[in-house]
Design a binder for this molecule. Sequence first.
Ligand code: MN
Length: 196
Amino acid sequence: MKEIMPINGQFALMNLPYQDLGNVISANTLSFHHGKHLKAYVDNLNKALPGSEFEGKSLQNIVLNAQGPVFNNAGQILNHNLYFEQFSLAPKPMSKAFADRLTAQFGSFEAFQKEFETKGATLFGSGWVWLSADAEGKLVITQHANADNPLRQGLTPLLTFDVWEHAYYLDYQNRRADYLSALWNVVDWQVVESRL
Ligand code: MN
């Protein structure tokens, strides 16, 4: 993953590459999720950086080494950047090579989807479900609470679904499982594979 660096000591709010995601995620949800929630994480981290040991460091460096509020805000920026960037209204399919890796690891694409959705649905409270590659290239699905990221376990994060309630409550209310199963329609696999 390319290191995300601050400019003049400050991180930028990523540009959202779409206004809505059709009937999967509404413009209203995206407006709050990107324009309020993510923006608050960016603003809070930027306020904490000047004069701290993490001033001028990459976002990934902060996620790996910080604790407390600095880690929480940096983790949420990295998580949301990866989340928003992986979706598209015209998503590109996965390569045959990646499909073969998923099948080899999980038995079938459907079995992978089922395990990913189950791990998202059963994560207690707020957090993220991830598909990552380990050091040997093996694909793994992991649950992470709050702002955590698989980088902190030495994994390479590839795909993530946000299961904080703010990600889905306006569109799906309490139906987290429906939100998770709908997200597959907008995953751009070319973006996911580019993270390998
Ligand atoms: Mn979120």
